[in-house]
Design a protein. Structure first.
Length: 41
């Protein structure tokens, strides 16, 4: 499934310490592996 990185780079996410960051921040230094986990329960 192709992903359009331009459409998600400015999306904001809430981190474990309740701070907010743009997704693009994480690949500024190099490649990124992004995994989405869903918690049931």
């Amino acid at each position: 499934m192709p992903i359009d990185m331009d459409s998600i780079k400015d999306q904001e996410v809430v981190l474990w310490d309740d701070t907010v960051a743009r997704i693009s921040r994480f690949w500024q230094e190099g490649p990124l592996v992004l995994v989405f986990l869903r918690h049931y329960g």
